[in-house]
Design a protein. Structure first.
Ligand SMILES: Nc1ccn([C@@H]2O[C@H](COP(=O)(O)OP(=O)(O)OP(=O)(O)O)[C@@H](O)[C@H]2O)c(=O)n1
Ligand SMILES: C[C@](O)(CO)[C@H](O)COP(=O)(O)O
Length: 230
């Protein structure tokens, strides 16, 4: 039986590093909230059957988004950390997702995702028992530091920057995340939970325009990349 595909979008953050008056996922880019752009990117992928958006418990802005009325979109209440929000989204799929179905987790703060990159991720990982992530190779020389002192130059051929979506099988991802969090592991992306569980996710090279909106200077760059796709 062909594996179905679901998506979880962690969108419950407060955007402290952005320093805006509202959470960054609700800032406007090209006349549309960041979160609406992001959801539209995943809705453009036919294989994605259901999208769970993990929202802050006190999020008053969600009902104003067109995505709130899309039949493929549902919501869950996120948690204190990104990983908690992802887990809440995964648990919201418990009635629908089978153990080996795919779930892709994609940051609400990454609105410039190209649907072609999602198709590439799905194609390259088809049949893979574990899953993997979109990532970028390092084009700069990388230094290991202690305080302000350089202590080593790292072999950049072995270092990639993790992006999202991150695509894993439903039950292994959910169980790995639950166990890693219960063990107090530091989990900043889904792959780190899967690695913690002893598995080796694959990397699939993504587009450098798939930036994460984190600081104010990211906004014009995100607009540039969004304009490239219109
Ligand atoms: N408790 C949290 C924290 C983050 N996120 C989401 O995870 C994604 C990536 O996290 P990040 O860029 O760190 O967002 P924030 O936590 O909002 O940013 P900051 O760390 O600057 O506060 C974002 O889409 C954010 O909304 C979430 O769903 N739940
Ligand atoms: C998941 C992620 O976007 C992969 O690079 C990153 O780990 C999120 O980090 P953040 O500090 O929660 O923004």
């Amino acid at each position: 039986m062909k594996a179905r595909c679901f998506a979880v979008i962690p969108a419950a953050g407060s955007g402290k590093r952005m320093g805006a008056a509202i959470p960054k996922q609700y800032l406007t880019l090209l006349g549309k909230p960041v979160l609406q752009h992001t959801i539209e990117r995943l809705l453009a992928v036919a294989a994605v059957e259901r999208i769970v958006v993990a929202l802050a418990a006190d999020d008053p802005r969600w009902p104003a988004l067109p995505a709130a009325f899309d039949p493929r979109v549902m919501t869950a209440i996120g948690g204190a950390e990104r990983a908690d929000s992802v887990l809440a989204g995964l648990r919201a799929l418990a009635a629908e997702a089978r153990p080996d179905d795919w779930v892709m987790v994609h940051d609400a703060a990454r609105p410039c995702l190209r649907p072609d990159d999602v198709e590439k991720l799905l194609a390259e990982l088809e049949g893979d028992p574990v899953g993997g992530i979109l990532a970028l190779p390092s084009v700069d020389t990388l230094k290991e530091v202690e305080g302000r002192d350089i202590v080593a130059t790292v072999d950049r051929s072995r270092i990639w920057r993790a992006l999202t979506p991150q695509l894993f099988r439903y039950r292994p991802l959910t169980e790995s995340l639950e166990r890693a969090l219960a063990a107090g592991a530091t989990i900043t992306d889904e792959a780190s939970a899967v690695e913690w569980a002893g598995r080796r996710p694959k990397i699939v090279e993504g587009h450098p325009g798939n930036i994460k909106i984190t600081r104010p200077e990211d906004l014009p760059l995100a607009e540039f990349y969004l304009r490239q796709q219109t």
